[in-house]
Design a protein around this ligand. Structure first.
Ligand SMILES: Nc1nc2c(ncn2[C@@H]2O[C@H](COP(=O)(O)OP(=O)(O)OP(=O)(O)O)[C@@H](O)[C@H]2O)c(=O)[nH]1
Length: 323
């Protein structure tokens, strides 16, 4: 095993990292959703946002590594990756002199494949990486390299500024900006590997009445309840966003329109059960439009969203006509 050298600007780099005051902070959904998405998009068991501190690498977010929050810097793959401006790709760690006898290769978690993209501060210091880890050797093609760089750029955005936030503060799901950024990635991936995908557009019914009858904070509670039901009843890899007001959108990965019917039935049952539980004074009700991605009809995410929105409005119109 070869212990990584220190970057030439190490002291200033550490100052930049510490000035973020992010080390040892709790987990945050805005980072966790990126590692979850990375794991799903690249089909790897582990995806991590790591920050390389003086003697350790600390995980701002990790999926697939159990409760681990840090490792010593000496055994860290990312300590090597931050020395490069480009991606560090290790197809099989057993064949790489830097890592062959690394305890994480010879023992748990038996790392074989590693791909790490440097994450920079706004001032240009490499703070850590977004990295993918697998327990079997594999290759990493050019499309995958671009995708990883894009996701790492989103991690940088999250680090850079709260004003660039991509999470809806009220409900904890993505806001419009976050939804569109993540859904664009998921769509690119669906296109690349030829998987089906669907977009669902939801709009709550009579939401204004909840505000008017019970007050704005109960309205807020209703929005939070609905977001919670979406999160509880969809898969981790699906992208959920609040587009604004009482409008939500979901990008279903690897799902055909037929599959989405089952997903929506399941959700409807959960919402009914919630309404019947009597926890709230109000009932949640919504209209939803579902559209399957069709490469002929949908050159980009915006086209898919327009169709889902139109499908939702058709439902609204039919519903209003019926009442
Ligand atoms: N409590 C709360 N209300 C909001 C928020 N954002 C938007 N609203 C309110 O949500 C309402 C949305 O209006 P509509 O979608 O026309 O109301 P609706 O009663 O659901 O109408 P239909 O869709 O026709 O059933 C407006 O009264 C907004 O003021 C928020 O963050 N919190």
């Amino acid at each position: 095993m070869i212990i990584a050298e220190l970057p030439v600007n190490e002291a200033a780099r550490i100052d930049a990292l510490h000035s973020l005051r992010i080390l040892d902070t709790p987990r945050e959904e805005r980072f966790d959703r990126l590692t979850r998405l990375a794991r799903r998009l690249f089909d790897v068991p582990m995806a991590v946002v790591t920050l390389v501190d003086v003697h350790r690498q600390w995980f701002k977010s990790c999926v697939g590594l159990g409760d681990a929050t840090e490792t010593s810097r000496d055994v860290s793959f990312c300590a090597h990756a931050i020395l490069s401006e480009d991606l560090t790709i290790v197809p099989d760690a057993r064949l790489d002199a830097r890592f062959a006898t690394n305890p994480q290769v010879t023992g748990e978690p038996f790392i074989r494949f590693y791909a790490g993209c440097p994450i920079k501060s706004e001032s240009g210091f490499t703070l850590g990486t977004l990295c993918l880890v697998d327990t079997v050797p594999r290759s990493f093609d050019v499309d995958e390299q671009f995708l990883l760089k894009d996701l790492a750029a989103m991690v940088e955005q999250e680090l850079a500024a709260v004003k660039l936030a991509t999470i809806d503060d009220l409900t904890g799901v993505s806001n419009r900006r976050g939804f569109e950024a993540l859904a664009r990635h998921a769509l690119a991936n669906a296109r690349r590997i030829g998987h089906a995908a669907c977009v669902l557009n939801f709009d709550l019914n009579h939401f204004k009445q909840i505000n008017d009858r019970f007050g704005h904070s109960e309205g807020d509670q209703a929005l939070t309840d609905f977001a919670g039901l979406l999160m509880a009843n969809l898969r981790e890899s699906d992208v959920i966003g609040r587009l604004g007001g009482d409008e939500f959108a979901v990008f279903l990965t690897n799902t055909s329109l037929d599959d989405s019917v089952v997903v929506l039935q399941h959700l409807q049952q959960a919402v009914q059960a919630f309404n019947q539980s009597g926890q709230r004074q109000y009932q949640l009700d919504y209209c939803v439009g579902a559209v399957q991605y069709d490469p002929e009809q949908h050159p980009d995410l915006a086209a898919l969203q327009r169709d889902a929105d139109a499908a939702m409005y058709e439902r609204k119109k039919a519903r209003r006509a019926a009442t």
